[in-house]
Design a binder for this molecule. Structure first.
Ligand code: NCD
Length: 477
């Protein structure tokens, strides 16, 4: 199995092995650029950008041209047929027939996934709303890998807008798989979303714990660390005790952390995604200045940022050798050249695909049930697309995670679509109904609105076959 013809929608679409082989190829490209000239000759890359971009689009275009291929680009969508009301799906269907691969950036979450299902060429997600940005993560990880020679067990503090930063979401998933210790230093009201934390716990078996003492990282908050952070603790992500990777982290007195060598990854506030544009979240926001870097605690700290920066990093440290953000941007070209060679099938990369997918959990089409609750999910606009969810049981009920944007909700009610009767989800473990006859809801009100009725508990119901659903865990949660 190779990366040829595969779409890259999430950072999860590549195994750790595959990610590392991309790095090795990027290294070879970096060392001997001329020998790759012509490797992509005759290939055309289409870049469709529905949101502003400098680095991502231009580095993709540079990458294909340095391979001897060509690019076609639509980046001012006001000048394309989108302005005449053409749907994203129609535009991509057409443009994909002009090219061998499609790079898409779009404000709606899950947009790249939907397109990948409809077109015949590989699709690369260049950022879908606040969801993911997997190729930026490749640049981020590659930069860290070049610096440290490995990724396993790194200490990384992710700082800033953790709520809407798509680069943060892809990076946190990848770092969890590489067993990094991740500290979450958010700006006011910009915590890592709960659904991202649940995905981390469920898919990568990592624990999200409060870290009471943030040590020298307090300095990143210029007005002093907010009491909410100091007292409540910031979150730290680490492997569950069953897979300890830094046993010294957990002591009798609680969680201890040695901040030496911690990497700082900052992001700007993603204001374009704020629900309320007047919501000035900058009452506290982590920033790095020359003063901070001059402290002994940060002598071996690297500073990373996907760029563009606003004021999170003082320009005074741009020439410091610990500042890696311009390298990160420069690494975008060899990384994207390597990725294009792989997905266009021009270079066979060793490495097997991911084995650790949560594939035990069924995909469910919730046609008559609740839709995704995320207002920025592509399923809100492309309403013909099936409401697909991956289902995870826990003691509270069944979690439905949107297949497109990863937002999830807890279903407490389900309806039988043949009888139009609804019940509490707890009864499912007894009944085990057929998947296609079930609609899940977050509330009774939604079930009633969808035309389901309640019947008294003693009404007899025909038992359904067993074994279709993963059973609810019985232990305490
Ligand atoms: C990021 C993005 O677009 O998500 N930039 C990038 O691709 N280099 C980060 C950002 O815009 O803040």
């Amino acid at each position: 199995m190779s990366l040829a013809n595969r779409s890259i929608i999430s950072v999860d679409d590549m195994s750790k092995e595959e990610i590392e082989t991309i790095f090795l190829l990027a290294n070879r490209i970096h060392e001997d650029l001329p020998s790759f000239w012509g490797a992509g000759s005759g290939k055309v890359l289409a870049t469709l950008f529905y949101e502003p971009s400098t680095r991502t689009r231009l580095s993709f275009e540079s990458a294909i041209q340095r391979l001897g291929g060509g690019s076609i680009s639509a980046w001012d969508m006001a000048a394309s047929s989108a302005a005449k009301g053409e749907t994203l799906l129609d535009t991509c269907r057409v443009v994909s027939t002009y090219a061998d691969a499609l790079v898409l950036r779009h404000p709606l979450e899950g947009s790249a996934q939907i397109i990948a299902e409809k077109v015949k060429v590989p699709v690369i997600n260049a950022g879908d709303g606040g969801h993911e940005h997997p190729t930026q993560t490749l640049c981020d990880l590659y930069t860290m890998w070049l610096k440290h020679g490995h990724l396993d067990g790194l200490k990384v503090a992710l700082c800033g807008d953790l709520k809407f930063g798509r680069t943060i979401h892809s990076l946190v998933y990848a770092l969890a798989r590489f067993r990094a210790n991740i500290i979450l230093l958010h700006g006011a009201k910009r915590e890592l979303p709960e659904h991202v934390k649940r995905k981390l716990q469920r898919d990568y078996s990592v624990e999200v714990m409060p870290l009471q003492d943030i040590g020298p990282l307090q300095m990143l908050y210029p007005e002093g660390a907010p009491s909410e952070l100091v007292n409540g603790g910031v979150d730290i992500i680490y492997m569950t005790p069953s897979k300890p990777h830094e046993p010294a982290l957990y002591t009798k007195g609680g969680l201890r952390f040695n901040f030496d060598g911690v990497q700082l990854y900052l992001t700007r506030a993603q204001k374009e995604r704020w629900e309320d544009p007047d919501d000035e979240a900058s009452s506290y926001y982590p920033r790095v200045t020359k003063d901070i870097l001059s402290r002994p605690e940060f002598r071996s700290t690297s500073i990373l940022h996907p760029l563009p920066r606003v004021d999170e990093i003082s320009t005074e440290i741009d020439d410091d050798e610990r500042s890696l953000y311009f390298d990160q941007a420069a690494n975008g070209v060899p990384i994207r050249m390597a990725l294009l060679l792989a997905v266009l099938g021009l270079q066979e990369l060793p490495g097997s695909p991911r084995q650790d997918e949560p594939s035990d959990f069924p995909l469910h089409t919730n046609t008559r049930g609740s839709g995704c609750g995320n207002a920025a999910c592509i399923t809100k606009e492309e309403t013909t697309v099936a409401r697909s969810f991956r289902i995870f049981p826990d003691r509270k009920g069944y979690w439905l995670r949107c297949y497109y944007c990863d937002h999830d909700f807890l279903a407490t009610i389900y309806g039988n679509t043949q009888s139009n009767v609804y019940h509490e989800v707890r009864q499912l473990s007894r009944e085990q109904p057929l998947r296609e006859h079930v609609a899940f809801f977050r509330s009774e009100e939604e079930a009633v609105r969808a035309g389901f009725v309640k019947v008294s508990d003693n009404t007899r119901r025909a038992p359904n076959p067993r074994g279709i659903w993963p059973s609810m865990p019985s232990g305490k949660k």
